[in-house]
Design a protein around this ligand. Structure first.
Ligand SMILES: Nc1nc2c(c(=O)[nH]1)N[C@H]1C(S)=C(S)[C@@H](COP(=O)(O)O)O[C@H]1N2
Ligand SMILES: [Mo]
Length: 251
């Protein structure tokens, strides 16, 4: 049955649609403005509004998950490695360091610390890695490192329950330099507890006795002279993150 409503003229139809479109536009503009006002009234966290922080954290989570073990940093023949290796950063490398009595502390849980000597570490399977070491300041250098894979270390010392935590925290013996590393990156097959550079024991200024070599991260995370390692579900404090650099510093 046909409606008995009078037919609308084309002009009437256009006018009606124009009014409708304009109304929708106004409503959307108002809600965008309201949203902006709302966002700016949200409490902040690490310098940004909480909802934005959530989005940033989500991004980071996606990034971390995308970093699968299939992603390996490019490696080079030993002949390509620099002989004069650049030294950069000496925080936590003060002279009052008792190298002879050094042992790496692994806090298995509060009150339960494992002490590991350099000799102990050298007994574990040795992995050599020649890769392009990248500093966030813009330089890079192909360098030849060797040590034990952190994942092999974890296996050897039965740190499997500790490996369930989200992060490891590492600090120099004097606690002046410290980094936090997400567990996935720590367990990456190219992450080393490193004690050799160019086939010789690490020079003092490059982290003797043991440093971290972690090719999936920028130089900042490659902490020299490890004192303590611990496990945490919260982000461990990080020297350069506290000074405005990206916490993840991934490559
Ligand atoms: N203990 C400690 N580790 C550190 C630093 C530092 O200042 N102190 N600097 C970091 C930075 S920014 C870089 S680029 C690398 C440099 O390593 P290299 O001196 O062996 O080249 O070490 C990292 N590890
Ligand atoms: Mo760096």
């Amino acid at each position: 049955m046909r409606s008995n409503k009078p037919e609308q003229t084309v002009e009437q139809q256009i006018k009606k649609r124009t009014i409708l479109a304009f109304t929708i536009f106004i409503l959307m503009a108002c809600s965008a403005y309201a949203g902006w006002i709302w966002l700016n009234h949200q409490p902040t966290e690490q310098g940004v509004q909480k909802p934005l922080r959530k989005a940033l954290d989500k991004n980071e989570e996606i990034f971390t998950n995308a970093l699968t073990f299939a992603h390996l940093a490019k490696t080079y023949p030993r002949s390509r490695a620099a002989k004069n290796v650049r030294v950069n950063g000496d925080v936590g490398l003060g002279d009052n360091f008792d190298a002879k009595n050094w042992k790496m502390k692994i806090v298995r849980k509060p009150g339960d610390t494992l002490y590991v000597s350099l000799e102990d570490i050298k007994k574990l399977p040795k992995t050599e890695l020649v890769f392009d070491f990248k500093c966030i300041e813009g330089w890079s250098q192909i360098t030849d490192w060797a040590g034990v894979k952190f994942s092999d270390f974890v296996k050897h010392y039965g740190l499997t329950s500790q490996a369930q935590f989200k992060f490891i925290g590492l600090s120099t013996p004097d606690k002046k330099y410290y980094v936090g590393i997400d567990m996935k990156s720590a367990l990456h097959p190219q992450t080393l507890l490193c004690y050799e550079l160019n086939g010789k024991s690490l020079p003092m200024n490059q982290g003797f006795p043991v440093r971290l070599i972690i090719p999936v991260k920028y130089g900042v995370k490659n902490i020299k002279r490890i004192g303590t390692i611990y496990f945490s579900n919260e982000r461990p404090p990080d020297y350069w993150a506290e000074r405005g650099y990206d916490y993840f510093s991934g490559l």
